[in-house]
Design a protein around this ligand. Structure first.
Ligand code: SAM
Ligand code: SF4
Length: 357
């Protein structure tokens, strides 16, 4: 049996470039994945329900200052229709994602969740940014099963720089993750790798934090510069020693995914769309062969999909939900894996349906 990885081990692996040594890392991550979560791949249908956002994240194309973006908010009926499509395609989960949009009120979201839960067998995952405890509690009570909120980087100073606070008293994302767990959600988080100013050491600490927070789901993608953002234009350029800067390459993302599988053997780990964007040919497959066990096919209606431009040249932007479904099934079969049935959570949670907004 292998000893648990220390922070020093994680850091050494992140800096490892010998292909023969890396092959042993991929094999160890793949075997750990197989032993702990099996050979099946969970499909979570992603619906990008609103591109409105009040935040100023220096990395994201949805930031409020990006005036060149046409904003949309889906109607509840359209979201229900996407959920029905998820059922028709055999997905076990629907993920409702959006900017921090306060047009998505507590009651509105609770109603949508309740309708999906009443009408379908789907697990519902929300990814709506930093919302109040009352809202998160009401949505959980309406039937939401999971919540995704990436902490993006555990380097507090860097995070404050690239994700300015809206409210000086806000708890921040890491305390919010603990709160979500207490509310009974399955909790997902994650990071971008290759942010300007992000060090190898801080990525090693991020991976160690995945272990400490005992996360159910962990998403890791490369940072992809967006030309309408301060990090994309270079207007914001955190100062750092060049040999400390972690690159935003696919290789470093595979290393982070593999190491995450080793520290959190039974977590659900997606092979992310951002990874598929920087290697459209087989980035998804390589992620799945180096520790990941989840894919998130896009179910956002075609007319909105192009508008949810968090970074440029996003994978699957032109496809329909049906095309994404067919393409991902083919890719899964080609690497000898199977598609999982059912919601595919890490554990079951009791559900309550009374909502108090
Ligand atoms: N607003 C919610 C939030 O911030 O948690 C959910 C939507 S946000 C677009 C989802 C994720 O997109 C973020 O957590 C971030 O990791 C990722 N993202 C944003 N901009 C990105 C970029 N330029 N490159 C790669 N990923 C990015
Ligand atoms: Fe808004 Fe989320 Fe993008 Fe930040 S990352 S600007 S909160 S959508």
């Amino acid at each position: 049996m292998n000893a648990p990885l220390t922070l020093t081990d994680i850091l050494a692996w992140l800096r490892e470039d010998d292909p023969a040594r890396l092959k042993t890392l991929w094999a160890r991550a793949d075997e750990t994945r197989r032993l702990n979560v099996g050979d099946t791949i969970h499909l979570r249908g992603l619906v990008e329900i609103s591109s409105w956002c009040v935040r100023q994240c220096a990395y994201c194309g949805l930031r409020v200052d990006n005036q060149s973006l046409t904003r949309y908010r889906m109607e509840p009926g359209e979201i229900l229709e996407s959920a029905r499509q998820a059922v028709a395609f055999g997905y076990g989960t629907v993920v409702l994602q959006a900017g921090e949009d306060f047009g998505l009120t507590c009651e509105w979201v609770a109603d949508v969740v309740r309708q999906i839960k009443n009408e379908t067998p789907l697990a519902v995952t929300l990814s709506l940014g930093e919302r109040t405890e009352a809202e998160l509690d009401a949505w959980r009570k309406a039937g939401a099963d999971r919540y995704l909120l990436r902490f993006e980087t555990s380097d507090q100073a860097l995070f404050e720089l690239i994700h300015p606070r809206r409210n000086p008293d806000a708890a921040g994302r890491i305390p919010l993750l603990r709160q979500l767990k207490q509310l009974g959600y399955e909790v997902g988080s994650g990071i971008m790798v290759g942010l300007p100013g992000q060090t190898y050491e801080s990525v090693a600490r991020d991976i160690d934090l995945f272990r400490e927070l005992d996360l159910d789901m962990i998403g890791i993608g490369p940072f992809i510069p967006h030309p309408q953002t301060p990090l994309g234009t270079g207007e914001l350029k955190p100062v750092i020693e060049p040999d400390e800067q972690v690159p935003n390459t696919e290789l470093i993302v595979y290393k982070a995914v593999a190491l995450t599988r080793l520290v959190r053997p039974d977590a659900n780990i997606p092979s992310t769309t951002a990874l598929a964007t920087i290697n459209k040919r087989n980035g998804r497959e390589l992620g799945l062969q180096r520790g990941a066990n989840v894919l998130m096919p896009n179910l956002t209606p075609a007319k909105y999909r192009k508008l949810y431009e968090i970074y440029p040249a996003k994978a699957c932007i032109e496809e329909t939900g049906s095309a994404c479904n067919g393409c991902l099934r083919m890719r899964i079969t080609a690497i000898g894996r199977q598609i999982a049935q059912g919601p595919g959570g890490r554990k079951r949670h009791a559900q309550e349906r009374d909502v108090l907004c």
